[in-house]
Design a binder for this molecule. Structure first.
Ligand SMILES: Cc1ncc(COP(=O)(O)O)c(C=O)c1O
Length: 386
């Protein structure tokens, strides 16, 4: 990689690579990276123990009792999403309601369309949370709706949806509640017993592991009843579960290094103080970042009570000297990779506040932003019109 200019000298772990201020892959600890410095046999008894401990640990973290199962799936988060949609959503007669307020809700609806599963959609745009009343109204308006898919933290904007209230309302109406908790699980409280039947997340988010696999927590009875329902051989959660249960092994080559790194990451998550402590660290990161950005003159897309601690969306300044590509690259050269994706309909950019980063890193990126803006001669940080 390029020689880093005037690089930020932050907490250890990133060697001479930039801190990843993104929603994942994200910055991991040195000990998580070090766990990968060995080659594990996927059928080895020690490796199978690691896999069993991960499955058990994830169930515990989500408040699951013995009525739930954990199925690990190779591949990024979207692989587990497609696996869950294909394994559990009805193929005929009944429908899945997708509660969308950003790119990840749209993607779930696109997957259902592609695999031919009937669905309806609530579309909230990309910067407003769905309300419980809206979900209830949609369910009551269409008796064919049997399943509801909703996102915990919509990483498009960083907004946190009222997941526990929605899950309880969905359950009270006898429907199946499925949650994409990809970018929130491990940092925001989530209790499956609130009425969540299915939850999906992945290795490279708030547990602070590396990319390579995703996982689905699901009611045992629902999983057992899904035999033969999947549209796919590879993404069939019932068959994946049967394989893991039979001998603790994966059906197809697992990402061994990512799994042992995640095992270490789970240990560090517990040592830090679990979900509450991790959520507090991320919340401090978010507060420091937002305060500093506002002091400079930036505006946020979301108000403080809507924005979660995962990722922050800032509106693109109207100053004609502001060019995002240069801004991004000059920050990267100073040791910070912010998130280049432009997902929201309003011109904006995002900075992630998760991963093995702290307030010192946030102070570092703020100082770097001030320098880069001065070099670019940007003075008017008021936002571009919508
Ligand atoms: C809420 C949410 N859902 C789904 C995904 C997709 O995950 P992946 O890119 O790992 O496939 C992401 C990724 O950031 C996400 O934040």
């Amino acid at each position: 990689m390029d020689k880093l200019a005037r690089r930020f000298d932050g907490p250890p772990g990133q060697e001479d690579m930039p801190y990843l201020l993104t929603p994942g892959p994200l910055t991991t600890s040195r000990s998580v990276k070090a766990a990968m410095l060995a080659d594990w046999g996927s059928r080895d008894v020690e490796f199978r123990r690691v896999v069993a401990e991960i499955r058990k640990g994830l169930l515990d973290l989500a408040g699951c009792d013995e009525t739930y199962e954990c199925v690990i799936m190779q591949g990024s988060g979207t692989f587990a999403i497609e696996a869950a949609l294909g394994s559990f959503c009805p193929a005929t007669g009944r429908k899945t309601l997708v509660v969308a307020n950003g790119a990840y809700g749209d993607r779930a609806a696109a997957i259902l369309a592609k695999i031919g599963r009937p669905h309806a959609k609530i579309d909230k745009g990309d910067s407003a949370a769905p309300t419980v009343a809206e979900v209830i109204a949609a369910i009551e308006a269409d008796p064919e709706i049997s399943h509801v898919w909703v996102i915990h933290c919509e990483t498009t904007s960083g907004i946190v949806n009222p997941i526990a209230d929605i899950a309880r309302a969905v359950k009270q109406r006898g429907k199946t509640c499925m949650v994409d908790a990809m970018s929130s699980f491990g940092a925001l409280p989530l209790d499956m017993k609130d009425g969540i039947d299915v939850m999906v997340s992945s290795s490279n988010k708030c547990i602070e592991g590396v990319p390579g696999f995703s996982y689905v927590l699901v009611k045992h009875d629902m999983l057992a009843a899904s035999k033969g329902h999947s549209h796919s051989v590879v993404l069939d959660l019932f068959e994946q579960w049967k394989g893991l249960e039979a001998n603790g092994q994966f059906r197809f080559t697992p990402p061994t290094h990512a799994l042992v790194a995640f095992h270490q990451a789970m240990r560090e998550h517990a040592e830090e103080g679990g979900v509450a402590a991790r959520g507090r660290r991320y919340a401090r990161n978010a507060q420091v970042l937002i305060k500093g950005m506002r002091e400079m003159g930036f505006s946020t897309l979301l108000s403080d009570n809507e924005a979660g601690p995962i990722i922050q969306t800032f509106l693109t300044p109207r100053d004609p000297h502001f060019h995002f590509e240069r801004f991004y690259e000059d920050l990267r050269l100073r040791g910070f990779a912010i998130y280049p994706g432009k997902l929201t309909r309003r011109p904006s950019f995002r900075i992630g506040t998760i991963g093995k980063v702290d307030e010192k890193v946030m102070a570092g990126v703020l100082a770097a932003i001030r320098e880069v803006l001065a070099e670019m001669n940007v003075t008017d940080l008021s936002p571009l019109e919508a």
